[in-house]
Design a binder for this molecule. Structure first.
Ligand code: GLA
Ligand code: ZN
Length: 681
């Protein structure tokens, strides 16, 4: 049994950078004391240690790391050991400039920063092989080794000659010959057909790239090339330590906490053993309510859980503020426990932090940390972290437990890329990920669990599948949608769906036939509105506002649930329902305000019995999420508001956080969280 298999605790701890403190043995000593006091058990180390591990080419120093790993091990802690490719030593950039990234303007970057190496450079790959192999040989059998953390937050692209060559190889492999490529990219448009492979280059901001198929393939290539680099990194590690699980830390795009835009994690997910990711919501910001943000946090954590349909890890979060938001506000008292519990509620088995000890110099010296520059356990942040550690110990039995969901929302990376590239509609209002967040919001408000899956997911286990704005849709996806509905599923789709195929070429002959059958209608036109333009629909006797997008529909078998009230398409259908096989397909033809989505989904949730049975009288700002284990359901009740709240639930139970028996009327202080263990026997 490995450390990983044996571990029964939820993970608490985080990124530890002892490499910054090697000249301060008293600090390293103090760390061990504070680790215990904060109830931390897991540390990720080594992600930025290359210049300490190999200060000169071929000269390796592992003694300091031996000691750190031994110390953590002796304390009963886990080590998540990183490979150092995220940042390289200066000697390497100087001697082998090919490791440096080239930007899309074909400018070679200088040494500096991090996360900016070339993914193709044979030399970089060789250097990373050497050091990764040494790490695996030296620590592979260490009893404290819990998991491998490959590199750090892979991102970006490189346009050097190696990468150009790999892109061409990737294209040759995909298309076989130039005729196929020219057909897929609609080559003759503006004279963009190629007559030799060597003419093809990556898209650049110097030359305008209007060839959508080209842009889309480049993005796909970047994902594949990143995965290829990752596979290269893990090759020897896998061979030397087959029992140790491997992860790499994923991200989100920050301001709106939408899925990370530049890599297709849906694809990457199958290459890692455990999903882990770095979550940095801007709590207490001035543009949304706490509940608005909490719903987005819920969405993205649900997405990470859904990738492998398993519990995942929060690899990084902050105990306080960060250093890279527009305004770096600290978490208010109580928010740290609440936000940590939310991760667990949505399926995480950890809360790990960036960073353990606040760095003394450079760009992260003011980033939140468990241990501040005061080096003390007496400050507020440390105490709140220790409290989270204590609570995680009390609830460890839920580790690995499952979270059931009957509702799926589809997020598709390729669709997002193609839609963003599409010229037409209105760039400012496309808002694909934000639209999904809006649909998700109804379910979050109502405490109904959701999975966020890709277009390739197996849909059969869901009662309701929501696929808004699937502008790019493969024939094969349409066929699977048809099967799903025929077999009794309920499918919801919206405006701007079904325009282009996987090559970003439009479907010919009207709206795709399979979609016409499923939804019992044809989309004839899509009107894009100016921000001040509004339309309206009447649904169940009530008016709801429409903005941004209106599809003009011709019904076949579908029936209209609501019509437009204005413009030249007044009195034509906007919301429709179609019985198809044993199932039902709804089409939301226009972008509405959220109150319509609420009314619409309330009806479906009622009819399909999706409502949360444990919540008798809920509150939109009190989120309830559950995880199941054996005969028990663990109900996380989280007050994402600044007010005192009361909700009513169906059964009483013990609150694992306070150890107190709770009756069916639950009172919650601002930001309070309860974890009620309910016997469902
Ligand atoms: C990312 C990185 C960390 C650190 C944090 C700061 O998540 O992986 O190394 O820079 O950001 O928030
Ligand atoms: Zn390159």
């Amino acid at each position: 049994m490995t450390r990983y298999q044996n571990e029964t605790r939820l993970l608490h701890g985080g990124d530890y950078n002892p490499d910054q403190w090697l000249d301060h043995p008293e600090i390293l000593e103090k760390d061990l004391e504070l680790m215990k006091k904060s109830k931390s058990n897991t540390f990720s180390i080594g992600m930025f240690s290359w210049s300490q591990l190999e200060p000169r080419e071929g000269e390796f120093h592992f003694e300091w790391l031996d000691k750190i790993i031994d110390n953590i091990g002796e304390m009963g802690g886990n080590v998540i050991l990183a490979t150092p490719s995220g940042a390289r030593p200066a000697w390497m950039s100087k001697k082998y400039p090919e490791v440096l990234r080239t930007n899309n303007r074909r400018e070679k970057m200088l040494h500096g920063g991090r996360h900016n190496h070339c993914f193709s450079s044979p030399l970089y790959r060789e250097k990373i092989s050497i050091i990764n192999r040494k790490l695996a040989e030296r620590y592979g059998a260490h009893p404290a080794l819990y998991m491998w953390h490959i590199s750090n937050e892979y991102s970006g692209d490189c346009h050097c000659t190696y990468c150009q060559e790999n892109f061409r190889l990737w294209l040759k492999n995909k298309y076989g010959n130039l005729k196929n490529l020219n057909d897929a990219w609609w080559g003759p448009f503006w004279s963009h057909a190629y007559s030799d492979w060597s003419e093809i280059e990556s898209p650049s901001s110097i030359g305008e790239t209007m060839v959508h198929g080209h842009n889309l393939d480049w993005k796909r290539f970047v994902t594949d090339q990143t995965i290829d680099f990752y596979e290269h990194e893990i090759k020897d590690i896998r061979q030397l330590t087959p029992e140790i699980p491997i992860t790499t830390n994923f991200m989100a795009d920050t301001h709106d906490l939408i899925p990370f835009q530049s890599l297709d994690y849906g694809k990457f997910a199958s290459h890692v053993d455990v999903i882990s990711w770095d979550c940095y919501p801007a709590w207490h910001n001035d543009w949304e309510t706490t509940a608005d943000l909490a719903s987005k946090v819920g969405f993205i954590n649900d997405q990470y859980r859904s990738m492998k349909q398993k519990s995942f890890l929060i690899m990084e979060s902050t105990p306080s503020g960060v250093n890279w938001h527009e305004v770096n506000k600290v978490k208010r008292p109580g928010m740290h426990l609440l936000s940590s519990m939310q991760f667990i509620a949505h399926g995480s088995d950890s809360n790990l932090y960036f960073q353990w000890r606040k760095s003394r110099g450079s760009s992260e010296k003011f980033h939140g940390a468990v241990v501040d520059h005061d080096n003390s356990e007496e400050n507020r942040v440390f105490k709140e972290v220790a409290q989270v550690g204590e609570v995680l110990e009390k609830m460890k039995e839920i580790k690995g437990s499952y979270k059931e969901a009957k509702v799926a929302i589809i997020y598709d990376w390729e669709n997002n890329w193609a839609l963003n590239d599409a010229q037409g509609f209105s760039n400012a209002s496309k808002q694909y990920p934000q639209t999904l967040q809006a649909h998700y919001r109804y379910f979050w408000d109502q405490d109904i669990a959701v999975e966020v899956v890709t277009s390739d997911a197996d849909l059969s286990k869901y009662t309701l599948v929501i696929a808004p704005m699937l502008y790019l849709i493969r024939e094969e996806t349409m066929t699977r949608f048809a099967e799903y509905v025929k077999n009794g599923g309920t499918l919801v789709s919206t405006y701007i769906t079904g325009y282009v195929n996987e090559s970003d070429l439009t479907y010919l002959g009207g709206w795709p036939k399979t979609l016409q059958e499923i939804f019992g209608l044809e989309v004839k036109e899509t009107d894009t509105l100016y921000p001040k333009d509004k339309n309206q629909l009447i649904y169940q006797g009530l008016p709801f506002e429409i903005h941004d997008y209106c599809s003009i529909l011709a019904l076949k078998e579908a029936k209209s649930l609501a019509n437009y009230t204005k413009d030249f398409y007044a009195n034509t259908p906007v919301i429709t329902k179609n019985n198809y096989g044993k199932g039902t397909a709804y089409f939301i033809g226009a972008r509405t305000t959220f109150d319509f989505l609420e009314a619409f989904y309330a009806e479906i949730a009622q009819e399909k019995q999706l409502l949360n049975k444990w919540v008798v009288q809920g509150d939109k700002e009190v989120s309830v999420q559950s995880r199941d284990f054996e005969d028990y359901t663990y109900q996380f009740v989280m007050n994402f508001s600044e007010q005192l709240k009361e909700i009513q639930v169906a059964s009483s139970g013990i609150d694992l956080i306070t150890g107190k028996e709770k009756n069916k009327n639950l009172q919650l202080q601002p930001y309070e969280v309860l974890l009620i263990k309910v016997n469902e026997g």
